[in-house]
Design a protein around this ligand. Structure first.
Ligand code: NAG
Ligand code: NAG
Ligand code: NAG
Ligand code: NAG
Length: 431
């Protein structure tokens, strides 16, 4: 509906323009009307948000399933960077749906953002911000994109400035400084100044020229509304043993099992100069699965699941129907199946009941150090580290106790019946 009314507006504009030899004023005012849009005002209030993965709109999570009333903001993923600084692409993300996403969000008083980048979409961030000329062009690209889709904001998901992500991103020791310069220039643009602008980041502050986490990133707090710290993919199939996808804390782990956590990430970003009320916690609605042989899965002689068992890297399990199949990635490198299982996938596969509780007869444990649940399929020899209502409640309490701005879930469609969303919202408090 939205896009047809927009098409109508432009069709009228074309008519007006062709008739406009006599009437410049009317054509100009019509053009203004088509273009008229104001982003929703930026605000300091609490944030309850998720990313909406455009490509899952046709595989089980259409817009009609979004619980709009439980969000303050929703972010459409992804507009990917391209080799041309003048272009972003929604090619992987159901571009046709974005106008409808924006209009639904507005109807529901939810602010609509688009996330730029992502794991496969960050290849050209570094070159896009490398020179003053490219930054100016990229600012124009971003602002035009926001205007075209009438967005309330932009989210930058650069994985990662100054550090390799997928494997074939362009990267430079100046990435972090150039990124800051880009954001400062974006804020000097009249529309850029009004947009809600966020960044999605790893638990380590942006890399400095030496590749190490920067000690002072406070200048980013002046240009960004908030920073969402990914507390996920901390452990996964690349890790030495099974471990939590999304540890809230790891200070009670042995030193060789400390790979960071939500708590360590929040501490690091805060100490590097981002105020607590500009930090939000990124939380996952999915888990990672591992092939763990029966002999390794249990504490010997008991039916208690072992902590950090080894897993069979030669036989990676397939996750649910949204899992990435084995194949070549964007860099052309062969990959096994991802092994990701969404919260709904854990229910569908019988690990959890419809209510999200551990299903009867399924070996499980809740690790109180990381605040993470695990389940095990004895016949398939699959162990899954994931998040449930209990772990999301712990994360919500943490957000509240630290005075953080809120939470961001990857991804809206991973939940089942809002079990996770309701749990973290309740623990954080009111919006
Ligand atoms: C997006 O897809 C279209 C159609 O397949 C193609 O023509 C275009 O080049 C793609 N754009 C980008 C930036 O990849
Ligand atoms: C600037 O952007 C263009 C792409 O539009 C790219 O080809 C060029 O390499 C970029 N400049 C630098 C120094 O990276
Ligand atoms: C159980 O005992 C076997 C044999 O002693 C050992 O190889 C294995 O690592 C033990 N498993 C755990 C989880 O302790
Ligand atoms: C465990 O895996 C088997 C296949 O080996 C499957 O039939 C069964 O449904 C799975 N159970 C759970 C709880 O995932």
């Amino acid at each position: 509906m939205f896009s047809s009314s927009r098409t109508l507006c432009y069709a009228l504009l074309a008519l007006t323009v062709s008739a406009a030899a006599h009437n410049h004023g009317r054509a100009a005012s019509k053009e203004k009307e088509c273009a008229a849009y104001e982003p929703a005002p930026r605000s300091n209030s609490a944030v309850a948000t998720s990313w909406y993965a455009g490509w899952h709109s046709t595989t089980g999570f259409p817009l009609s399933k979004v619980s709009w009333d439980k969000y303050t903001h929703l972010t459409y993923a992804f507009a990917e960077t391209t080799p041309d600084v003048r272009l972003l692409t929604l090619n992987g993300s159901n571009a046709e749906l974005l106008p409808q996403f924006v209009s639904e969000a507005k109807k529901n008083h939810v602010k609509a953002l688009v996330s730029v980048g992502g794991w496969t979409g960050s290849l050209f961030f570094s070159s896009n911000v490398a020179t003053a000329q490219n930054r100016t062009l990229f600012v124009k690209t971003l602002v035009n994109f926001a205007r075209k889709y009438k967005l309330d904001g932009l989210d930058f998901d650069w994985e990662y400035p100054g550090r390799q992500g997928i494997g074939c991103n362009t990267i430079s020791p100046s990435d972090t400084a150039n990124f800051l310069a880009l954001l400062q220039e974006l804020r000097r643009d009249p529309l850029g100044a009004k947009l809600t602008i966020s960044a999605a980041v790893s638990i380590a502050p942006f890399a400095g020229p030496d590749g190490m986490p920067s000690k002072d990133v406070s200048a980013f707090a002046k240009v960004l509304d908030w920073i969402a710290i990914f507390d996920y993919d901390i452990w996964g199939p690349w890790s030495p043993t099974v471990g939590p996808n999304s540890p809230l804390d790891d200070s009670c782990e042995t030193p060789d099992n400390q790979f960071g956590s939500g708590a360590s990430g929040v501490k690091a970003w805060n100490e590097a100069g981002i105020p607590m009320d500009q930090l939000i916690l990124g939380v996952p609605s999915y888990g990672h699965s591992f092939r763990v042989r029966k002999a390794d899965a249990f504490v010997n002689g008991t039916d208690t699941l072992a902590s950090h068992p080894k897993f069979d890297t030669a036989d990676p399990p397939v996750g649910d129907s949204w899992d990435d199949a084995a194949g070549n990635d964007e860099c052309g490198v062969a990959q096994g199946p991802g092994g990701n299982i969404d919260f709904w996938g854990l229910i569908e596969q019988g690990y959890l009941t419809q209510n999200g509780d551990f299903a009867q007869g399924v070996p499980h444990r809740f690790d109180t150090c990381s605040q993470s649940p695990y389940v095990y399929n004895t016949s398939a020899e699959i162990m899954v580290a994931f998040d449930n209502a209990q772990s999301f409640a712990a994360k919500g309490k943490f957000v509240k106790s630290k005075g953080m701005r809120g939470f961001a879930m990857w991804e809206a469609g991973g939940d089942s019946n809002d079990i996770l969303l309701d749990s973290i919202r309740k623990a954080v408090g009111s919006y």
